[in-house]
Design a protein around this ligand. Structure first.
Ligand code: IMP
Length: 219
């Protein structure tokens, strides 16, 4: 039995990761199972750097004998939306896109982020509304007694991308974040309408997790 600690408090991400990576020999824990709240500043310029910051913060904590929850691995996801007409924004700022204007700390409600995105995209024709979701995963082994540098050296990175386009109005109640606006390539409805089963086959997170699962299966 292998225990994987998912370094997120986003219940939607946990559910998607469990849905894709789950199996009889894997147990998943997430931030809600830990007795502390660690909220590292996501100061990286890329999704990959931010995923590593989150994975290493938690792996360093769990590597202390008194803090270990039986976790063998820490898995962190950093992800977001890149819109071509906005030169790749919101990118690494996807979770706090609306708050960038107000200076408020922390993430913004999904509805505020979506409203800002629609405002910036007003009047942009369908053909120019292309975008992609990108997901970086960092997988760090919890090495008892090791320092952050040793665990950073042992960290592995995986990435997944899902191309698509943005609607002019939100639609659907499933998923989270920008799902009501994002129509994956080859489909005519947004993730929020397509349901978990379809999203877990197509999404950026699904693709990154498949790469991770393949690497695990090869070991
Ligand atoms: P993070 O938790 O710092 O990685 O921020 C991720 C943000 O990107 C979320 O708050 C969403 O706004 C957006 N995002 C990432 N993945 C998805 C997805 O699968 N659907 C919709 N929005 C997503």
């Amino acid at each position: 039995m292998t225990t994987v600690f998912i370094a997120t408090s986003n219940a939607h991400k946990v559910e998607e990761i469990r849905g894709i990576l789950g199996g009889p020999d894997r147990v998943f824990l997430s931030q809600g199972d830990a007795p502390v709240r660690l909220e590292p500043d996501e100061t990286g310029a890329t999704f990959r750097e931010n995923a590593r910051i989150k994975a290493l913060t938690w792996a360093t904590y769990l590597a202390m004998e008194v803090c270990n929850l039986g976790a063998r691995w820490v898995l962190a996801d950093d992800s977001g939306l890149e819109v071509d007409a906005l030169d790749g924004a919101p990118g690494v700022h996807s979770a706090r896109f609306a708050a960038l204007d107000t200076g408020r700390r922390g993430n913004s409600p999904d509805a505020e982020n979506n409203a800002k995105l629609l405002r910036l995209m007003a009047g942009i024709a369908p053909a120019r509304r292309t975008a992609r979701f990108r997901c970086a995963l960092a997988l760090t082994p919890v090495l008892a007694g090791a320092d952050a540098a040793a665990m950073a050296a042992a960290t592995r990175d995986f990435e997944g991308v899902c191309e698509g386009a943005l609607l002019e109005h939100p639609s659907g109640r499933g998923g989270f974040g920008y799902d009501p606006l994002f129509v994956p390539q080859g489909w005519d409805r947004p993730f929020a309408e397509l349901g978990a089963e379809v999203k877990n086959r197509l999404s950026h997170r699904a693709r990154a997790l498949e790469a991770l699962r393949d690497a695990w299966d090869r070991e």
